[in-house]
Ligand binder design. Structure first.
Ligand SMILES: Cc1cc2nc3c(=O)[nH]c(=O)nc-3n(C[C@H](O)[C@H](O)[C@H](O)COP(=O)(O)OP(=O)(O)OC[C@H]3O[C@@H](n4cnc5c(N)ncnc54)[C@H](O)[C@@H]3O)c2cc1C
Length: 671
C-alpha cells in the first residue's frame, strides 16, 4: 500500500493570517469563557496533561476496536485518569468528559453515588461509607430508573420492606417492569448501588427512599447471591459505559443502609421524615447543574473543529477568481458562528446557575432552609433541556457544515454527537424538564399577580401584563444594537407566551376540565414554548450582565456574540412576538438584517473566538479541527494507516465468501 502524500499546506497560512488580524486578545477572551484567569489556567493545564499523557492522549486507532476491546482500554484509561485528576470530584469529571474518547468508568461513582451519600447520608453513614468510596474500594452507581418507569419516579416498583425481627430491609423486584435498567456502571463496574425503592414499613408505603446496597463482593468482584446483574447491551453511543440491569430476589441489607439524614426508620419500625422529601432528588439536580455548566464545552469543541475546517476548506471562486474559504459564505457563517455564540452564552449562564445552586445547598445544609429549591429546580430543568438540546442540534449543524468529511468518524463529531444525544434524555427527559419549568413559571406568574415576591430570574413577570401594552420602539436595524432593547423584546415574547398559556388554562378550567388533565393533554405545546422562551431570556440576560467582567476590547466582540445569540433565539421562537403585537412586520426584517451585519462583523474574528477555548488537538480528536490546519494530510494518514480495514489486504471475508461466487454462474434470483 502506498502512503505517500502530496503535502500542500497552504491552508495553514490562511489560518495564520486570520490569527494575526484579530480584534481582541485571545487570553482575555479565554479567561472570560472559563470564568476567570485561574479557571482558564486550570483548564489549559488539564487539557495539556490529557493531551500529553501516553495512555490518555488521542489515538486514531482506538475507534476501530470492538466494544469488548474498547471496554478493556477504557478501564485502563480510567485507572490512569485516576492518577492524574480527582475523578471522584463530579465537576472535574464533567470538565474532562468530552475530551476523552470514552467516558471514564468511574464517572457515575463521582458524579452521582458519592454526592447521594453525602447529601442524604446521616453523619454515621458518611463516616462508614465515605472513606472506602474515596479510595475506590467501594465503587458505586445510581440506580433509580426501572424498565417500566424513568420520568415518573413516584411509580417506581422496587420495594424495600422493613423486617423489625432482623432489623433489615428486604429489597425485591416484584415484576419485570420493576427491574432496575439503565444505571451507568451498574453492569460490570460498580460493587455498590444507591438504590431508589419504595419503603414499606408495617404494611404502609412511605414513598421512594434511598438505600446503599452492596451488589458485588468487595474482594472478588463477584455478584452477590440474591441478585441478577449485567450490562444492558450496545447503545446509540456510550460504547464503554456499562449501563446495567439489577433484579432483586428478596435481598437483605442492614437497617443502617437506608440513607437517613432526612428520612429514617427506627429499630422498632417508626418512620420519620425531616425537611422537604424532594431533597432525595438533590443529586439529580447536581448532575443537571453539571450538564448546564459544561454543555458549552462540548459545543465549543464541535465549533472549534468546524471553524478551523471552514477556514481551511475552499469551494468555488469569488469575483476575484480566487477560491474562497467556505466560512466566507453567509450561510456557513450562520451555521458556525451562531454555535460559537451559543457556546459562550451557555458557559456564562451555567456559571450563574451554579452560584445560585451553591447558595441553595448552603441554605439547606446550614439552616435547613429549602426556600430556594423551587426556583432552582425550575431554572435547572429549563436550562438542562435547552442547553443539551442546543448542544446536540448545534453539533449536528456543525457536522453538516463540514460536508462529506464531517460524516467520517475521524472528523471527531461521532463521539461528540453520541454523548450529546444521551444527555437530552439522562437526568430527566428534556420534554419533561421543560414542563417542570412551565409549572414553575405558571406559579411565579400567579404569585406575581397576587403581589407576592418572586425570584430575580422571573422578576419581569411582575410587569407581565404591562409589557403586553408596549410597542417595539426600534426604527431601524441599528436600534437592535442595544442589549437592553433585545432583552426587553425577549421578555415581552416570553411573558406573552406565558399569558396566553394561562388564559387557555383558564378557559379549560371554566369548562370544568380538571387541572391535571389541562396540564397533561391540553396545553403541553403552549407551556413548552413559554418555558423555552423564558430559558433563553434568562441565558441572554446572564450573558449581557456578565459583559462588565470583560475589558473594553474583549467586551466589543462579546457584545456582538451576545446580540447574535439573542436575535437567533428570537427568530427561532418568534411566536410570542407575532402574537403579542409588540412587533410590527418590519421589526422582523430589522432583526434579520442586524443578524446579517453581526455575522459579517464576527467573521474575521471567528478563529480567535474558538482558539480562546484552548482545546488541544488531542482533545478535539479530529482530522478536520487541527490547530495547524493540516487537514488533508491528517485525513489521508488516518484513513490509510490508522484504519483496521486496511491492515489485511485482500480482506479474508471477501476471499472466503465473495471470491468463490465471482465469475462462476449467472444465478436466476429466487424472489
Ligand atoms: C445514556 C443514559 C444513561 C442513563 N443513566 C442512568 C443512571 O445512571 N441511573 C438511572 O437511574 N437512570 C439512568 N438513565 C435513565 C434516564 O434517567 C431515563 O431514561 C430518563 O429519565 C427518561 O425517562 P424514561 O426513559 O422513563 O422516558 P419516558 O418518560 O418513558 O419518555 C418517553 C417519551 O414520553 C414523553 N413523556 C413522558 N412523560 C411525559 C409527560 N408528562 N408529558 C409529555 N411527554 C411525556 C417523553 O418526552 C419522551 O418523549 C440513563 C439513560 C440514558 C439514556
Amino acid at each position: 500500500m502506498q502512503h505517500e502524500i502530496n503535502a500542500e499546506s497552504l491552508m495553514s497560512e490562511q489560518l495564520a493570517l486570520e490569527r494575526k488580524n484579530l480584534s481582541f486578545d485571545i487570553e482575555r477572551l479565554g479567561e472570560y469563557y472559563y470564568g476567570g484567569k485561574e479557571q482558564y489556567a486550570e483548564m489549559k493545564r488539564l487539557y495539556k496533561a490529557l493531551a500529553e499523557d501516553p495512555i490518555l492522549r488521542h489515538d486514531p486507532n482506538y475507534t476501530g476496536l470492538s466494544r469488548a476491546d474498547r471496554m478493556v482500554e477504557s478501564y485502563k484509561r480510567t485507572a490512569r485518569l485516576h492518577q492524574i485528576v480527582n475523578i471522584i470530584d463530579g465537576e472535574t469529571n464533567s470538565k474532562v468528559l468530552s475530551l476523552l474518547p470514552d467516558i471514564p468508568n468511574a464517572n457515575l461513582h463521582g458524579i452521582m453515588f458519592v454526592p447521594t451519600l453525602i447529601n442524604l447520608g446521616a453523619k454515621a453513614q458518611i463516616e462508614k461509607f465515605l472513606p472506602d468510596s474515596l479510595s475506590l474500594r467501594i465503587l458505586g452507581c445510581y440506580a433509580q430508573t426501572e424498565i417500566g418507569h424513568g420520568s415518573d419516579i413516584q411509580s417506581l416498583e422496587t420495594t424495600a420492606t422493613y423486617d423489625p425481627e432482623t432489623e433489615e430491609f428486604v429489597l425485591h423486584s416484584p415484576t419485570i417492569t420493576s427491574i432496575k435498567f439503565w444505571p451507568g456502571e451498574l453492569g460490570l463496574t460498580a460493587n455498590c448501588a444507591a438504590v431508589y425503592a419504595k419503603l414499606i414499613v408495617k404494611g404502609e408505603c412511605h414513598g421512594v427512599q434511598v438505600f446503599i446496597v452492596p451488589i458485588r463482593d468487595l474482594d472478588t468482584h463477584k455478584v452477590l447471591p440474591g441478585l441478577e446483574v449485567g450490562d444492558i447491551g450496545a447503545k446509540f453511543g456510550y460504547a464503554t459505559k456499562d449501563n446495567g440491569f439489577l433484579r432483586f430476589h428478596h435481598y437483605r441489607i442492614p437497617r443502617e443502609n437506608m440513607l437517613s439524614k432526612y428520612a429514617s426508620v427506627s429499630k422498632t419500625g417508626e418512620f420519620k421524615q425531616k425537611g422537604n422529601p424532594k431533597i432525595a432528588y438533590a443529586t439529580m439536580m447536581k448532575v443537571r447543574l453539571f450538564l448546564v455548566c459544561y454543555s458549552s464545552y462540548g459545543l465549543g469543541l464541535a465549533a472549534t473543529i468546524a471553524t478551523r475546517y471552514s477556514i481551511v476548506r475552499k469551494q468555488f471562486r469569488g469575483s476575484d477568481g480566487k477560491e474562497r474559504p467556505i466560512l466566507d459564505y453567509e450561510l456557513q457563517m450562520n451555521k458556525v458562528i451562531s454555535q460559537i455564540a451559543t457556546s459562550y452564552a451557555m458557559s456564562v449562564a451555567g456559571r450563574k446557575v451554579k452560584n445560585m445552586f451553591m447558595t441553595m445547598m448552603d441554605n439547606i445544609q446550614t439552616k435547613n432552609d429549602f426556600s430556594l429549591m423551587m426556583d432552582l429546580h425550575g431554572l435547572l430543568s429549563g436550562c438542562k433541556a435547552c442547553f443539551t438540546w442546543d448542544t446536540l442540534s448545534g453539533m449536528e449543524i456543525l457536522r453538516q457544515s463540514c460536508g462529506g468529511h464531517g460524516y467520517l468518524e475521524s472528523s471527531g463529531f461521532t463521539n461528540l454527537i453520541q454523548h450529546a444525544a444521551a444527555k437530552v434524555t439522562l437526568e430527566g427527559d428534556n420534554t419533561v424538564m421543560l414542563l417542570q419549568m412551565g409549572r414553575y413559571l405558571i406559579k411565579s406568574l400567579q404569585r406575581a399577580t397576587q403581589g407576592k415576591k418572586i425570584d430575580d430570574n422571573v422578576a419581569y413577570l411582575e410587569h407581565a401584563h404591562e409589557l403586553m401594552q408596549e410597542q417595539c420602539p426600534a426604527k431601524s436595524k441599528d436600534d437592535f444594537d442595544n442589549l437592553e432593547l433585545v432583552l426587553r423584546v425577549m421578555q415581552v415574547s416570553a411573558a406573552s407566551m406565558l399569558i396566553s398559556t394561562t388564559n387557555e388554562m383558564l378557559k379549560y378550567a371554566e369548562a370544568g376540565i380538571p387541572p391535571k388533565e389541562i396540564f397533561d393533554v391540553k396545553t403541553g405545546l403552549l407551556i413548552f414554548d413559554a418555558s423555552k422562551a423564558h430559558t433563553y431570556c434568562f441565558t441572554f440576560k446572564s450573558f449581557m450582565e456578565s459583559l462588565k467582567e470583560a475589558d473594553e476590547e474583549t467586551r466589543k466582540v462579546l457584545k456582538k456574540l451576545c446580540l447574535l445569540y439573542g436575535i437567533n433565539k428570537l427568530l427561532e421562537n418568534a411566536i410570542g412576538l407575532a402574537e403579542s403585537g409588540y412587533f410590527a412586520k418590519e421589526h422582523f426584517a430589522m432583526l434579520k438584517a442586524k443578524k446579517s451585519d453581526l455575522l459579517a462583523s464576527l467573521r474575521p474574528d471567528a478563529i480567535g473566538l474558538v482558539d480562546a477555548m484552548a482545546f488541544e488537538d488531542s482533545g478535539l480528536k479530529s482530522a478536520l479541527g487541527r490547530y495547524d490546519g493540516n487537514v488533508y494530510e491528517t485525513l489521508y494518514e488516518w484513513a490509510s494507516k490508522a484504519n483496521p480495514l486496511n491492515k489485511e489486504d485482500p480482506n479474508p471475508g471477501f476471499m472466503k465468501y465473495m471470491k468463490p461466487i465471482m465469475g462462476k454462474n449467472v444465478y436466476t434470483p429466487k424472489l
